[in-house]
Design a protein around this ligand. Structure first.
Ligand SMILES: Cc1cc2nc3c(=O)[nH]c(=O)nc-3n(C[C@H](O)[C@H](O)[C@H](O)COP(=O)(O)OP(=O)(O)OC[C@H]3O[C@@H](n4cnc5c(N)ncnc54)[C@H](O)[C@@H]3O)c2cc1C
Length: 376
């Protein structure tokens, strides 16, 4: 099989990139997915979307993504809503730190603000504010329906005659001069450009080319409760315990919380997570103690040393591009990443200049970035 652009990975990154390329008139695209669409990090994500980060790179990339999310929601037909993020702070030192973070947000046009416990209660009337000293409210943040976004992207692509192959695994990538050749379990694919958007497996795939991507997988845990009427509008983060709670569109509640995990260890369910999740969130919402947990899943954050993604062409071969290492933020970034990859593929540079700082060669050059606001 021959194609202009081969995308390895049928997660949100690969699919949105294909949608974006199509929009720009690039029609000869093939997507291969080793398992089923969304089976990587994408269908395990908590669907949160925010620009309230602590690096210029994350903030500016995410501001662009937030501009683009409504367009994707309209075009593909899924729900996206700016219901906000609320970072609740229970330690003096965190309040002082977040005052600086809010100033940083303002310098980049993110409208977050420090609010009092009384204002927290106005936003989330059912919350117990005992112990909350202050909170940061980010009204620009929100959430989107992941299943509809991804599955409708596939329908959109197929209607436009883009081939999306499930059960097709890339085994080896080689540079054969004018073309890139990808050996798969279903035969060989030749492409002018290859995008490696294979989530946690991206580093392994590129090893064969002598490219080392510093990506390590870290197990993360989320539980889902039974559904009920809307009571919690924003995604709430308890900063001191690195935990979050979110009521999704169907009324179910997602809870994520950090428990001790080591890089590259199996992602398996642990009772300790349920205990911690219950302890943290029944303190804020005592009524949660009466709510049934339906299910609990684990997945990987594909972590980089500086907690920023690796996006762009390889220094070794400009025809091979990477989009991986999202460190827990690949869903929210997808529209902006798709746009940047499209611009690279079409021979240009990304409109958002900070993408230049996310290129794969930054590790070799020692140009790491800093991000503190990672949780869950
Ligand atoms: C518990 C949890 C909560 C999260 N919450 C959020 C959140 O609230 N907001 C947010 O923005 N992000 C969140 N994330 C992160 C987000 O899910 C990921 O960053 C994002 O889904 C990455 O998408 P992707 O398409 O790059 O990778 P993936 O979804 O992992 O897709 C990569 C695909 O490539 C396929 N693949 C791998 N190897 C090959 C191969 N050799 N050949 C062919 N196909 C291959 C895989 O099967 C997979 O489907 C969360 C992640 C987890 C685990």
């Amino acid at each position: 099989m021959k194609t202009d652009v081969l995308i390895i990975g049928g997660g949100v990154t690969g699919l949105f990139t294909a949608v974006s390329l199509l929009e720009q008139g690039c029609r000869n695209i093939v997507i291969i997915e080793k398992s089923y669409i969304g089976s990587g990090g994408t269908f395990r994500c908590a669907t949160g979307i925010r620009a309230s980060f602590t690096s210029r790179e994350h903030v500016n990339v995410m501001k662009r993504a937030i501009d683009l999310w409504p367009e994707y929601a309209r075009k593909l037909g899924f729900l996206y809503r700016r219901d906000g993020y609320l970072w609740v702070l229970t330690r003096e030192r965190d309040v002082e730190f977040f005052k600086q973070v809010v100033e940083f947000h303002h310098s980049l046009g993110v409208p977050s603000r420090m609010i009092s416990p009384e204002e927290v209660r106005e936003i989330v009337p059912s919350i117990n504010t005992n112990g909350i000293l202050a909170a940061v409210y980010d009204p620009l943040a929100g959430k989107a329906q992941v299943f509809n976004a991804v599955l409708n992207a596939v329908i959109h692509l197929k209607r436009n005659n883009i081939n999306v192959y499930e059960g097709m695994r890339a085994l080896k990538i080689s540079d054969e001069g004018s073309r890139i050749v990808v050996e798969t379990n279903k035969g060989r694919v030749e492409a002018d450009k290859v995008i490696v958007a294979a989530g946690k497996d991206s580093a392994n795939l590129l090893k064969g080319l002598g490219v080392e991507l510093p990506i390590h997988n870290l197990a993360k845990h989320v539980l889902i409760t039974e559904a009920f009427k809307p009571v919690i509008k924003p995604l709430i983060i308890d900063w001191s315990s690195s935990s979050y709670i979110l009521q999704v569109f169907h009324g179910n509640i997602y809870i994520g919380s950090d428990i001790p995990e080591k890089y590259d260890e199996p992602a398996v369910n642990k009772y300790m997570f349920l205990e911690k999740a219950a302890k943290v969130w029944t303190r804020y919402f005592p009524w949660l103690g009466e709510v049934y947990v339906l299910r609990y899943w684990t997945g990987y954050y594909d972590m980089t040393p500086d907690h920023h993604p690796i996006i762009g062409p390889l220094e070794e071969n400009e025809n091979i591009l990477v989009a991986a290492g999202f460190s827990g933020h690949g869903f929210m970034m997808a529209p902006a990443v798709a746009e940047a990859l499209t611009q690279y593929i079409l021979g240009g540079k990304p409109t958002i200049p900070e993408f230049e700082n996310l290129k794969p060669d930054r590790f070799k050059k020692g140009k790491l970035i800093k991000e503190i606001a990672v949780f869950g």
